[in-house]
Ligand binder design. Sequence first.
Ligand code: ADP
Ligand code: MG
Length: 615
Amino acid sequence: MSDIIQLLPDHLANQIAAGEVIQRPASAVKELIENAVDAGATSVHLILKDAGKELIQVVDNGKGMSAMDARMSFERHATSKIKKIEDLFEIRTKGFRGEALASIAAVAQVILKTRREEDALGTHIEIASSAVSSQEPVAFAGGTSISVKNLFFNVPARRHFLKSNTTELKHVLDEFLRIALAHPDIAFRFTNNGIEQYNLPGGNLKQRILALLGAGMDKNLIPVEELTDVVQIRGFIGKPEAANRTRGNQFFFINNRFIKSAYLNHAVTNAFEGLIAKDAFPTYILFLEIDPRKVDVNVHPTKQEVKFDDDKIMYAYLQAAIKFALNKFNVAPSIDFSLDSSIQNLDALKMPMTEHRQQEVKQGYLYDKFSNAGQAHFIESREDRKQWQQQQQAFFPEMPGTGLAAPLPVTFDTPSAVQPMLLSDQLMDETGSKSVIQWTDYLITTMKSGVVLLHQKRALERIIFEKLEERMRAREHVSQQLLFPIDISLSPSDALLLNEVLSDLYLLGYDIKPGTEVHSYVIVGVPSDIRGGQEQQMLEWVLEQLKNESDLVIDEQRTILLRTMSKNMAVPRILPAEQAQSLVDELFACTQPQYTPDGKLIFRILSQNDLSALL
Ligand code: ADP
Ligand code: MG
């Protein structure tokens, strides 16, 4: 038999390698804009068609390329940015691997136009599937323009796996945001299908943050600046009250390169402890400058993780810097917190919240808002719950119908319309009257075949879920207009997500209009049964859930929306006897009474046998 091993043809090898660098339009956008930044551009224009599936064009006014360099730039491992191995440890540019253009040209149709200032004529190159089809001199204004058409036209499997335009656009926005934040001095424009997404003049960091994340942030930004021998930390954090229930605005840059770090995120979140609710996410846009030799960025091109020589010190510095900024902002200016500019003594840096300050925080409006949700009868915090349980135990002998329950409006308003089903009819005891006992989280009732143990919150979740589902099916849009409309300002990708579910929210009773600012909205109407004070939070909860599960089809999105809303609208409480009964009835009138929308068991029937095994 003859030998069977062959070298892959170049274009195939390139295609395979391209898969590592270019996964979707957003990765090509990132590489192209970074090249423009590396080329010293002061103005960059990103033009997309169909979220980049049809066209990604980046036009810059950077230094351009010679005819020879233009041709070379598409070769694999062709880079002007490193020459020797030591350079790798001193990287200050975005790119250095020389893979991006080669990868893009392997999987798309590319047109490059470029001219250096000193050249009379520029260069025009067309290349597709790694093969150059034309190269000629051209009159060109200067700088570089690269058009990438029909990404993955020659790799159908990949093209097929691209998501909806909305999803791809969201990924592009994420990349765009990161680069635009890291380079506030560069002017950026971004258009998709002719619609302008951003037009950002060059300016300082604060101006850039406001332009990107909404001018509403203006009053909420606290500057952070800590310059030490090891690390220089600069940037902004959001005031505690600006903390979101979605993870939108959290950015770390190391040496101006966006990174993700759960570890550093922990340091920041920790510094906010006691100031924001447990389920809230602080806003931060933080730049850490470190000696490039002390941090490993020489990782996979698409990876955003980093490794520090000493991450514990980094953690301590960062946490201290944030606490310091928070303190400086919160505490009377007469108290001097200023740190030595070269921070050496870590212990002195830890600066725990003083007792006095903790006390202040607890008395503050914020703490109250977050920890009690305002209303005593909603069983929210663990403290409340414990108290409630104690009360329950004390009164238990008199249950049911002790009058102990607060006379509350029922969240779901049509018990009479409910047609109890078979199972519910069986909930009669011998005398024909039903009795429901409430104990802590549970409702207890009997039926012919046994004792029913029922979890109140889960039952509520199921009932509300089906009710919302029905409301959506009926397309009736029952909404309660707000006396004081609520302005909300979102991160660009949250705004995109919200847009996707806006019509579903409308059917559920939300009336949300676009606000005056970019990515801002106004809630003018809400579902009538939503708890006062939760109109905005509910949206944030929904967005956070949706974000955790990207690339959903519409049906899945809808289920998550309904599930999140019903979970948060279901608030267990002590019910008067007849309401407890109608809750049980309503549950058994549901199409799926046994399980919550996310699959938890709602009730269990203990038969005679089960009981005699116990007793
Ligand atoms: P890398 O950025 O890692 O060097 P790329 O494949 O992204 O690799 O680019 C290859 C080379 O092409 C770069 O090193 C740079 O010299 C040149 N180049 C790419 N884009 C531009 C641009 N917009 N302006 C000027 N030169 C560019
Ligand atoms: Mg590059």
